[in-house]
Design a protein around this ligand. Structure first.
Ligand code: GLP
Length: 238
């Protein structure tokens, strides 16, 4: 695990962009594993800016997102499908047919998506306050594939800011790539910022590899880059 600590969120997004750009430069038809949440917004803004300024093309790029809520419409403003269109897809030249966001509420839907996710060159991840990646909550077996998840109170509480600050409006379930699916990616890029991620970041980097901190599994990934700002790094012992 390679750890890069940056001064602030802006620098974090620029560093993350460099990692992403290297993959795109190496392979015009790269397969990107993408994530939602606040953490990647700066990186996506960098990608859009670079596309507009330097013409980096996404015409042959294929994307697979990590997760989606169950029970809200694709076109709902809070769906991760809408998030990806708003923050990235609508502003780059990607073919909509090459973009994939999981959808559905059955084991069959999950299996179908898992079977489709193939050959991811780089998987982008954020981290939840409890160490979750995607929507793989603490306790999820490391070999789990794409599945339907019951969201924890902590995750719903963290995400209520997108739902009028009302936890009752936050869906209770999601469809998420499993940790086994994520670990199949050739490279993993995890980004985290802010003091409320400091405990999760410490457990991920310095704690034991344990299902209680799903992100700790990344210690076992052969090519994982973690980029965090000083606030998220504040509890690390070195
Ligand atoms: C959400 C998402 C994750 C995301 C994480 C952190 O619940 N399912 O994919 O990485 O929590 O979100 P944020 O970046 O907004 O802190």
């Amino acid at each position: 695990m390679k750890v890069i600590i940056t001064k602030n969120y802006d620098d974090l997004s620029k560093e993350a962009f460099k990692v992403m750009k290297d993959v795109l430069d190496e392979k015009g038809n790269a397969v990107l594993g993408l994530a939602t949440g606040s953490s990647p917004e700066g990186l996506y803004a960098q990608m859009v800016e670079d596309h507009k300024k330097n013409g980096t093309s996404y015409q042959d790029v294929v994307t697979y997102n990590l997760d989606e809520y169950v029970g809200i419409d694709r076109n709902d403003p809070q769906s991760y499908y809408t998030f990806m269109n708003d923050h990235l897809f609508k502003d780059i030249d990607i073919n909509p047919e090459n973009t994939h966001v999981p959808y559905g509420d059955t084991a069959e839907d999950a299996k179908k998506y898992d079977d489709a996710v193939k050959g991811v060159d780089i998987q982008l991840l954020g981290i939840g306050r409890n160490g979750h990646i995607g929507f793989n909550e603490p306790g999820t077996p490391f070999d789990e594939r794409t599945h339907i998840v019951e969201l924890t109170e902590s995750t719903r509480d963290a995400n209520k800011r997108f739902f009028d600050n009302d936890i009752n409006k936050v869906p209770t379930k999601a469809i998420s790539q499993g940790i086994g699916t994520v670990m199949d990616a050739k490279k993993v890029l995890l980004i985290a910022n802010g003091a409320d991620k400091a405990d999760a970041v410490k457990a991920m980097i310095e704690g034991p590899v344990d299902v209680n901190c799903p992100a700790s599994v990344l210690q076992n990934h052969p090519d994982c880059v973690v980029i965090i700002d000083e606030a998220a790094a504040s509890k690390l012992s070195q």
